[in-house]
Design a protein around this ligand. Structure first.
Ligand code: B12
Length: 219
């Protein structure tokens, strides 16, 4: 079976809320030795994008969006054990505190980023969703984080990413941490505007960014 066909099956499974079909496609992907990360990015995530567009046009409603998220999670359970960074040596590369900002309960993208950072050798403290600004800062201090990752999926919660940075500036701690932001409505422009160090459009990009930053620190 062609790679593209499997990606299409994964996309369709999310869009059609077809959990069994999604699991079958995931198994085929693994058997065909296709990168599971590519399966997530080219298959499942694209399917979620279509779900988002349909929700926007009121073609589907919240229950369908929740069911699509459930399909995503179930299929991820099959892919997760195969997502490993064998090519990367596992020396600890740094500590990351990551979460979805206050008022926002979107977890999927943030969890993928957390998982890939972990497989790339980072120690990851995943604070979950709806995380208070003060919690990000307290946890970062407590675990002596190198990187703070802030996820926001709603335009209304994006300002909370800025709040974290502003408070760190006020307390004189801004330079202690590398701040990465992400989530569908965010952008490089927004990262520049609020003074974040980086913007990760995809989880893969987030990881390569984190690795580049670590290299720079060591150099
Ligand atoms: C699934 C989903 C839900 C699920 C979430 C389930 C869960 N456990 O996560 C549920 C049903 C709960 C939900 C609820 C709501 N949702 Co919703 N949701 C979505 C949907 C369809 C997909 C999001 C997703 O999981 N994508 C797949 C992942 C893999 O992609 P991702 O999150 O973008 O993450 C990738 C990158 O952004 C990046 N990344 C993400 N985080 C981070 C962090 C860092 C540090 C870095 C570097 C990178 C990074 O890497 C990830 C992997 O590649 C989007 C549509 C969309 N296009 O995004 C709407 C969407 C985000 N939701 C929307 C809305 C409006 C809502 C609700 C307000 C609906 C309502 N009326 O109640 C509520 C809000 C609840 C709240 N307070 O948070 C809107 C937001 C509109 C806006 N502009 O603000 C969207 C865009 C849909 C739409 N088109 O209208 N939602």
């Amino acid at each position: 079976m062609e790679k593209e066909e499997i990606f299409e099956d994964l996309r369709r499974a999310v869009v059609d809320l077809d959990e069994e079909g999604g699991k079958r496609a995931a198994v085929k992907l693994i058997e065909a030795k296709i990168s599971p990360i590519q399966g997530v990015e080219e298959g499942l995530s694209k399917g979620m994008g279509i779900i988002g567009e349909r929700f926007n046009k009121s073609e589907i409603y919240l229950p369908e969006m929740m069911m699509a998220a459930d399909v995503f999670h179930s299929v991820m359970e099959i892919l997760k054990p195969h997502i490993s960074a064998e090519s990367l040596d596992k020396a600890k590369r740094g500590t990351v505190v990551i979460g979805t900002v206050k008022g926002d309960i979107h977890a999927i993208g943030k969890d993928i980023v957390a998982m890939l950072l972990e497989t790339a050798g980072f120690t990851v403290h995943n604070l979950g969703v709806d995380v208070a600004t003060s919690t990000f800062i307290e946890e970062a201090r407590k675990v002596k984080a190198d990187i703070i990752g802030l996820s926001s999926l709603l335009t209304t919660t994006m300002p909370s990413q800025k709040d974290v940075i502003d408070i760190l500036k006020e307390t004189g701690e801004r330079d202690k941490y590398t701040i990465l932001i992400g989530g569908a409505p965010t952008s490089q422009d927004w990262a520049d505007e609020i003074g974040a160090d980086g913007y990760g459009e995809t989880a893969e990009r987030a990881v390569s960014f984190a690795l580049e930053l670590v290299k720079k620190r060591i150099a």
